[in-house]
Every structure is written in structure tokens, then in C-alpha cells.
Design a protein around this ligand. Sequence first.
Ligand code: ADP
Length: 291
Amino acid sequence: MKTDLNLPLSHEAGSGDSSNERSVLFEAADLSFSYPGGSPVLKNINLKIYKGDFTIIVGLNGSGKSTFAYHLNGLYRPTSGKMTVLGKDTKERKHLSQIRREVGIVFQNPYTQFVGNTVEEDIAFGPENLGLSREEIKKRVSAVLKAVSLEDRAYQDPSSLSGGEAQATAIAGVLAMDPECIVLDEVTSMLDIEAEDRVLDLIDGLRARGKTLVYISHNPKDLLKADRIIVFDKGEISFDGGLCGYIASGKYRLPDMIELLRHLRENGMDISETISDPKEAADEILKQIRS
Ligand code: ADP
């Protein structure tokens, strides 16, 4: 998928005046959080996340990414400060069921997320909890099975699926709720490369359909897809902006392809700064070599 390096600039610094007309989905205001008896794991987080954006959250292990993600659907609530989802404060219990309907989370280990005896049953669980009609549930289950290419696994025990299929089932279960946003917490970290590709393709498809996505990732190559990159460092945000700013900061590990292009440029190849798509990069390199 091509990410125009110029595009993310409109999201630089996480908001800015240009974003005023866009709908705010999440707003953290001075959000701090400590686990019982512990010191703060999140410290005075302030940010807004807008509908339709693909935000990637990165940072070292233990920097607070998952803890923050669990604030996005009220699984965790701030120790101090505030988190609102579609304008609703997650501390008010009366809002929690609606917030959880609008924000689905997919976790690292797909096998711990299953509740049904078959893939179909598992995917139907969420819509059943929403109290939807039989007919609507059937429609949704069949649509998402198709969307994640699992039609031929519908009657299989989810625990017998391969890693990629299992994670696709977990994503389908969330999709069937038709949430406004899907939060993906390191969803590929337990998968082999083939399974990872399958899940990444799925994420690309969700993005193409305009779903709001918050993706916690450990893999720099995922940064190429993002509208916005947020870096967590010891419970604080150390960077919030687009890919251009992230690269320019010179502080972080870059996707291998960006590193490669940078080395080629430093060694005299005239390669455009706006490339972040592998095919485009290959074309440009070949053009240089052949000229
Ligand atoms: P990340 O997702 O960036 O790896 P986490 O949000 O999982 O970071 O963890 C942030 C910090 O909170 C770490 O120091 C971790 O040990 C601590 N932590 C995470 N979960 C718990 C928990 N359930 N109880 C106590 N401390 C926790």
C-alpha cells in the first residue's frame, strides 16, 4: 500500500487547527494511570484521535502502549485525568456498554480470545450480546467470514486453527460488532511470517474501508502504513506526528526500506524523499542504475 509521505503532515503534532473540522473519537486529557500499589505507568497523556485515521503506537516494551490501549474502550480507566470516547467519559459506568460497542480490541494471543465452539459461533457471540435479530446476526457473520476469507472454516473449532486463521477469527469477531474503531494490540507478534502477512492484508483492507484503526506494533515496517505515529516512552508521548517528522527526528529505528533509501541517497543516488512504497522504491532504484 502506498503512503504518500506528504499526506501525514496534516496530522503532524497529533492535532493542530487543521483538524478542527474532523470528528474526535478519543480524547485523553491529562490522563495518568498507575496499577494498584505501583508508580505511574501513564503520565499526563494529552491527545486526540480522529475518526477514520490509522494511528500506529510504537515504543519499547513496558512503555505503556497496552495500558493506554486498554483505556480506549474503558477496560482501564484513568487514575487521574480523563479519557473520553465519542465525547463519553469512560469513568461513567453507564457509558461503558456503548463505548465497548464502538471500540473493539484484538489482543496479541488469538487463542485466549475465543468463546465459541466453532468459528461461526465465536464470531456470532458479539452481535448476540448486542441483542441483534437472528437474521441480522446471520448476515453479519456471513459477511465477516467472507471479509476475512474464513468461509470454509465456519464450523471448525477455533482452537484448531493456524495462528493467522485464529487471529483473523478474532478480528472477524470484533468486525461483526461493526465498531467505529478497532484497536489492534501487537496482533502479529505471535505469528509466523505467512500468518503475519495474512493479518496485515486484513488490516490494509479495513483501512481501505475507512475504519478507524489504532495499531500497536513492534515492527518498524508497519510505520509505512500510518497516517500518524505516536511513540510512547516510559509512560509519556515522546513523538506524535507523521512519517516525515518521525524520520526527520533521527531518534528512532526506521523501517528497513527507508534506511536503505537513505543510504542510497547518502551515496549519491538521486532518489525522491517522498517514496515509502517498496514497488515505487524498486522502480526508482532501477531507473537510477539504468541511467
Ligand atoms: P507495553 O505495552 O508498552 O509493553 P505495558 O502497558 O504492557 O507496556 O506495561 C507498562 C508497565 O506497566 C510495565 O512496567 C509493566 O510491567 C506494567 N504492567 C503492565 N500490566 C500490569 C499489571 N497488570 N499489573 C502491574 N503492572 C503492570
